[in-house]
Write a protein that binds this ligand. Sequence first.
Ligand code: SAH
Length: 488
Amino acid sequence: MKDLVFKNISVGYIPDTKVEINNKTYLIHNVIDGETISVDTEKKYPELKEVIVKSPYRIDYKVDECGGANFMHVTYDYEIKLKHDHINELFKPFRGKKDINIIPMENPYNYRNKSIMTYKLSKTKKIVCGLYEEYSHNVITANNNILQAEKTNKIINELNRILTKNKIQIYDERTRTGVLRHVYIRASFNTDDVMVTLVTNGEMFPGRNNVINDLKKANLGITTVVQNINTRDTSIVLGDKERILFGPGFISEKVSNYKFKISPKSFFQVNTKGMEILYNKALEKANITKNDIVIDAYCGVGTISIFASKYAKHVYGVELNKDAVNDAKINQKINNINNITFIADDATNYMTKLAKVREHIDVVIMDPPRDGSTKQFINAIKYLNAKKVIYISCNPDTLKRDLYLFSENDYIVKDLEAVDMFPRTLHSEMIAVIEKDNEIDELEELVKRENTKKYKENKMKYIPKADIEMMKNDKYEANGFKNKKKKY
Ligand code: SAH
């Protein structure tokens, strides 16, 4: 048996289809609903051989240009439709009959301002770099990657040539020997700054000066080079120690009328254009007024705080990463703003402290990492009596979990919108508008006064914010979903 044909395949949100060969189920990647495909069964793991009947949404792509992408084989319009349907299904318990809109990007290619690549030696002993293949540590070389900034692609190709010429030793994960592990590039879109961080397996970096001199000669527009030292056996790219090899050791970026300093280890949104759209949308929805006290939780280098400061009385930005907080403080100064206070703390810790003293906050803007926020954080919002919460999320699954927690606290999800910050990948960014339900307060007071037992029995009934049946179907528990690891 060699090739097997599968007709009219069905594909979910992730562009894979399940096929059965000899009573075993395999996933075939990069296919589209309704296509007829042939599968090569002689390979160790069966894979797509030919698309016999093509979907009208299929487009051509080159594998080595598509590292990190999942939707490179479909038109962008079709990708937006898939994302739209997926999000609308996921957030059914909160949206009622309303449709959740997704804002597409004008240009879905070359938008990434941050690129991290891992080095390896090619078969002809040339130094190449690329991205890890999904679910493995195989490096797929990335020339002309469709996601990363065009200037980054140029730098990567030239840098590979320079590293090969200078016989730089590449780190080998298995033997844990060699020097150069990764390159990490941050390219600004609205200034001319570009930062190249070379991650090495120790302080020693033989050939370092030659590499720097060649890079300068090549005139690639690199404004600073940093050596980062990571001796740990880990897939985390950056180590703690840094050494500036030339330039200031950070880059500046301009977004709207604001300027931002970004250090290698600080978080910065990867899609600079998308970030502007996202922030403007979020602030439009926040509708902050001059009397409002605002919290920007998980604030990174203070970008949202700075955008919000124009409308608010005062903004408190809280962030765990000390480098990012230092950048945030500098960013406030650079932009001549004086109504923000940045605090280096765990966001939950900070919110709980404020809640204990019953501090009053008008609006909370929160933008947590992929794991989402915490139950304690969300409970604290209730005690702070915030009238409005703007929850920006890069992971719809943890957003959904957290929205259930808000629902339990008598906060209503008023609006949901998505911004396609990561075109051609499975990810999308969401903005949720959550408001305190004052009507519920009154209703609860009434019922409480009448009968506490009845109040308790009926509490679930009085939660109009999430569809209770759907909530149960989602196996929702106070501490999150049972199936915590579920990806999409
Ligand atoms: N709002 C910022 C950053 C969002 S990314 C922006 O738009 O650029 C999430 C941020 O949360 C990162 O900067 C990360 O360092 C920070 N973070 C992660 N865990 C945290 C915690 N427990 N408390 C506070 N900040 C945290």
